[in-house]
Design a protein around this ligand. Structure first.
Ligand SMILES: Nc1ncnc2c1ncn2[C@@H]1O[C@H](COP(=O)(O)OP(=O)(O)OP(=O)(O)O)[C@@H](O)[C@H]1O
Length: 329
């Protein structure tokens, strides 16, 4: 990936991570606000290079506080954080030019067009060459699909378009890391889809994306890795597939003969058998599902389908905390 033109940059800062392939690493990172609120409690976070990392937790679980510490906007009370291999907030001037951030919505001038907002952003960056400004801005507009609307005033933009413009601003320079705080918050389903597909696209170019969300399915749809927070503490982190695999999937038999199917499944050793309309679900028994199928068919059950539904991150969350993932508030 191209480098920005910052001067005096050390060789070390050109590494993609901190030498062990991690773009963010925190150790016992803690923030207690002045009022006494313990917002982040001894957080050990590891974000691998090249991942789309979902930072998941209900409202108030400490996500924004963590992001603000990672970006050097506030000082931790205790513990440490390294971003792109450098300590934060100490190395903010070295690190931040390589990081695109969208935190708490973009700051835009409503009376300026989308394009002029970006030109203004670019002009505020002392490392940005004015001769290539127009090209950079057009490229960023194109990247987020705003070329056609670039001449419109930003105040006429939908929330989704504003978010995309914010992303375009974060993408004016090549970035090694993008940090997005609740990028789909407040968007309609179409806007959410657009931002998600954009995130996937950015990640496919090799940029590490760290995004916070209180939406489990969002994390499952776009992230390769995730960390789950609750009340300032890390509950778990790792590859999304591994997190979900920690919880077992459910066996689902689609059939009009639900009573017979339920009986046979119990005989076959399935637990927690539940008959619903035209389907029976259960914890899969510890035996070959081919045998279970044969037993069902032999008993005269008309089997229209037999599958094991993949466990979701939500199942994993419930299994880990013993609680539902309640995001009210
Ligand atoms: N400036 C502040 N002063 C005092 N307490 C704060 C401050 N900012 C946040 N908090 C408290 O710290 C806790 C964590 O807040 P934080 O905003 O980091 O959570 P979050 O997971 O990002 O939630 P949200 O999505 O609602 O922003 C909350 O209890 C919040 O009330």
């Amino acid at each position: 990936m191209e480098e920005s033109e910052g001067s005096g940059e050390s060789e070390e800062s050109r590494e993609s991570g901190d030498g062990d392939g991690n773009v963010i690493r925190t150790h016992a990172l803690t923030k207690r606000y002045r009022g006494g609120q313990l917002a982040v409690d001894r957080l050990d976070l590891t974000v691998p290079a090249g991942s789309v990392f979902g930072f998941l937790g209900p409202n108030g679980s400490g996500k924004t506080t963590t992001i603000r510490m990672l970006m050097g906007l506030i000082e931790p009370t205790a513990g440490s954080a390294r971003v792109l291999g450098h300590p934060m907030p100490r190395a903010a001037r070295t690190v931040l030019p390589h990081v695109g951030a969208l935190i708490e919505g973009p700051a835009l001038y409503g009376f300026l067009s989308g394009r002029d907002n970006l030109l203004r952003y670019d002009a505020a960056d002392p490392t940005a060459d004015p001769r290539t400004r127009r090209t950079r801005v057009e490229r960023a507009l194109e990247r987020v699909g705003l070329t056609a609307a670039a001449g419109k005033r930003a105040r006429a933009y939908s929330l989704g378009m504003k978010q995309r413009l914010g992303l375009a601003a974060a993408l004016l320079q090549p970035r090694r890391l993008l940090v997005l705080d609740e990028p789909t918050n407040g968007l309609d389903p179409q806007g959410m889809r657009e931002i998600r597909s954009l995130v996937r696209e950015l990640a496919s170019d090799g940029t590490t994306v760290f995004l916070s969300s209180h939406l489990l399915d969002e994390i499952e749809q776009v992230c390769t890795h995730a960390a789950v927070m609750a009340q300032g503490r890390l509950i778990t982190q790792g590859a999304v597939a591994d997190l979900a695999a920690g919880a077992r999937g459910r066996l689902v038999v689609t059939t009009p003969d639900t009573a017979d199917a339920a009986r046979v499944l119990k005989e076959q050793g399935a637990a927690d058998v539940t008959a619903e309309e035209a389907r029976v679900t259960a914890e899969p028994p510890d035996r070959d599902l081919a045998e279970v199928t044969v037993a069902l068919v032999t008993a005269g059950v008309r089997v229209r389908g037999l599958t094991v539904e993949r466990a979701s991150l939500e199942d994993a969350f419930v299994a880990l905390t013993g609680e539902g993932f309640d995001v009210a508030g």
